[in-house]
Design a protein around this ligand. Sequence first.
Ligand code: PLP
Length: 399
Amino acid sequence: MFRKPYRLGENFLRHIGQTSPSPLGIEIQRAEGVFLYTPEGKRYVDLVSGVSVSNVGHSNPEVIAAVCEQASKHMHLMVYGEIVQQPQVDHATLLASQLPGNLDVIYYVNSGSEANEAAIKLAKRKSGRREIISCVNCYHGSTQGALSLMSSEKFKNSFRPLLPDIRHIRFNSFEDLELITERTAAFIIEPVQGEGGVQIPVEGYLEAVRERCDKTGTILIFDEIQTGFGRCGKLFAAQRWNVVPDIITLAKALGGGMPLGAFAASKELMDLWQSNPVLGHITTFGGHPVSCAAALASLKILLRENWVDDAERKGALYRELLQGHPAVKEIRQIGLLLAVDLGSSKSAEMILPLLIENGVMSDWFLFNENSFRIAPPLSISEEEILYSAGLIAGALDRL
Ligand code: PLP
């Protein structure tokens, strides 16, 4: 029973831990395909996808059916790794068949941050080294280890001490790769930087990264948490450059809308968790059977539909429709991940409320203050792209 009169918005601000003084605060009652609906029936085109989560569209009936079916059989049974659970095994087998190279053993966790935490632990365990290198303007999560990888002092400073022995190099700088040495346990990189505002690797960069890590015996970790599952026009973004990491970390769209994280590596690497110490990484809920059932349904959909192959064409269509607008300085696009750069933080700050007014949900990037995001579900139709680009252009006109 509510002690006071029930006011959802007030209770949201009073009882839900807030992360900023100005949350969006829009109530969404249901979501379908690329649309989000308020209780009053106002409709928004979702150009965020819960930050690259809802790749198969909201309320996908196959994902819902898989969730309901698994929930009716069993939910959590035992800590991760002990009991044979069909949704986990079936999903891991299918995912392993799609991952490049020898990345065919999957370890399930709860989130992207946890996947990265575990990946850097595994790299230390394998190499016996301590130094970790990441990129300027990377985002790998908000837990202490993942936060330590961030370059932004603003986000890190209040939380020190963090992990020691972290260095940052510039994304796309061939010269900086020399800083990866025989001391370096791991180099962790997003093949396309998401929160850096869609930074795309230049020709030959990821190949050079692989070469340098091979030369120095450094474990290469690709964080495909935001770029994976078709967002960049291939099931995994790194497949666009045919570069295979030693560990790939996954989350977001992995669970088809349910919470799930994972990392994949070779059997040889993954087997290290079993000794020195035994139980090298422990999780209670990692690989929850309902999440894995949703993940399996979602992966089957992505493999069956032509949405992944179409993502590049659809993203290019947004770019063509918007790049001539006088308010747009630049558009960085790969697949259905776009940063529309307005050339100033003031314009970028002003555009989101205008987009919301026009019925479009967008978002900023953590480390690129001049741009806003277009990253709809991959299921978006051409008609919906034309419609939403029109709404965006209308908002840009008002800047
Ligand atoms: N890595 C990347 C590239 C991300 O974009 C994110 C989240 O935005 C994370 C890691 C962290 O994932 P999570 O929020 O599930 O911990």
